[in-house]
Design a protein around this ligand. Structure first.
Ligand SMILES: Cc1ncc(COP(=O)(O)O)c(C=O)c1O
Length: 407
């Protein structure tokens, strides 16, 4: 018989960049009895969630909820807005951008995939150059991963929007925020994004199983003429049912209880405070890595991720052996290297339900693991992180202010 809770003393440290630790408040909410998804109580729940999601995505437009992992919401974004043979512009920022590109190809889209080094975000100038050269407006969409979970590199979404506007190009703008939503500032409406893709298992602090499309009026208009086949993913029927607080299929009621509670937690803390907390923990982690003398995958400090840090091990040292050791000795899961970074990189997730002492514990596990595995490094990473946390200098004051929420 499989034992699901094999952690005899103390809690497991789940420090992968998602799924993240689920707060007890959310677990308790999920634990409530399932109700009739066509009854009045359910409609109240769904309407409250749909309103709260608008605040989290920073939009006044609709947010669609799917009972699916993030990959499902990727597919929904494409099949609702595009037609077979449409040309789309994508950028090789890492493993997840590569997977989204593969999906676009599988769905018979023609992808221009701009090569990248897996250590940098999307260059807004490259977006502008590609679109300016496309005088016939053959590109129907620009697709970008906001936070590349495989590398810990972000792309500057507002600057990319400006680049699209400077090129005066009508392409739809689609952004994957699966590992940034509710941990880094992300503004669907202000940044002119047409479809935002997100998932439940990272900043939203839920188990895997829900994913989202936030959509603009322009995306909704495109969906009326888009010809890629779709049925289950179709926005129109979902939007029609959502108006009264229902879904056109049996919704995942208990995950929705959890989502309701998670939104409440985020709004109680205040989105700006949530972003400042993640920034502080990201900065403390980076200071630890530099003090160890190890290399952060992300090359450009303007593109650092505040939800995870990917770290390169010195040549000849196996990152997966380090991860296995840390799991065996300290009961902590660290993220593995993905795609071309397999074996060379490990990732520390510092997002979701997370505080100063969780970070200290995670960094202690890494530092002890490095020492026990004989990975060349300098001691002192923990001290550098503590100095950063105690000094409180990692978050600019403007990011600390709790915001007034709309929900
Ligand atoms: C940035 C990003 N995009 C897409 C995905 C795919 O999501 P899922 O594994 O939930 O299908 C992930 C998963 O970690 C991700 O981090």
């Amino acid at each position: 018989m499989l034992r699901l809770d094999d952690h005899p003393s103390g809690r497991h440290f789940l420090q992968i960049p998602g799924p993240t630790n689920v707060p007890d408040r959310v677990l308790r909410a999920i634990d409530h009895p399932t109700i009739d998804h066509r009854g009045p109580e359910f409609a109240r729940l769904a309407l409250a969630i749909l309103a709260g999601l608008k605040t989290v995505f920073q939009t006044d437009g609709p947010v669609i909820i799917y009972p699916a992992s993030g990959t499902g919401a990727w597919e929904a974004a494409l099949v609702n807005t595009l037609s077979p043979g449409d040309r789309v512009l994508m950028f090789e920022t890492g493993h997840f951008a590569t997977l989204w590109r593969k999906m676009a190809g599988n769905l018979s889209l023609e992808v221009e995939f701009v090569a990248g080094d897996w250590r940098s975000g999307v260059d807004p100038a490259a977006v502008e150059a590609q679109l300016a050269a496309d005088r016939e407006h053959r590109f129907k969409a620009v697709m970008v991963v906001h936070n590349e979970t495989s590398t810990g590199v972000t792309s500057r979404i507002a600057a990319i929007r400006q680049a699209i506007d400077r090129a005066r190009h009508p392409a739809l703008f689609m952004v994957d925020t699966i590992s940034s939503l509710a941990s880094m500032d992300y503004r669907h409406a202000e940044w002119g994004v047409d479809v935002t893709v997100a998932g439940s298992q990272k900043g939203l602090m839920l188990p895997p199983g829900l994913s989202f499309n936030a959509i603009s009026d322009k995306a909704l208009a495109a969906s009326r003429s888009a010809r890629l086949p779709r049925s289950y993913w179709g926005w129109d029927e979902i939007l029609a049912s959502n108006r009264a607080g229902y879904f056109p299929y049996t919704p995942p009621t208990n995950l929705l209880y959890g989502l309701h509670e998670a939104i409440a937690m985020l709004l109680e803390e205040g989105l700006q405070a949530v972003f400042a907390r993640h920034h502080r923990h990201g900065e403390a982690t980076r200071r630890a890595v530099r003090a160890w003398g190890l290399e952060i995958v992300c090359r450009n400090p303007a593109e650092y991720s505040d939800s995870l840090t990917a770290i390169l091990l010195p040549e000849g040292h196996d990152a997966d052996a380090l991860r296995r050791h840390v799991l065996d000795r300290f009961d902590m899961s660290l993220g593995t290297g993905l795609g071309r970074l397999a074996g060379r990189v490990f990732r520390i997730g510092h997002l979701g339900f997370f505080n100063d002492l969780t970070l200290c514990g995670a960094l202690c596990g890494v530092e002890m693991g490095l020492a026990e595995r004989g990975v060349p490094h300098r001691p002192g990473g923990i001290k550098a992180a503590l100095d950063c946390l105690q000094g409180g200098d990692a978050a600019p004051a403007s990011r600390r202010q709790a915001e007034t929420t709309r929900a």
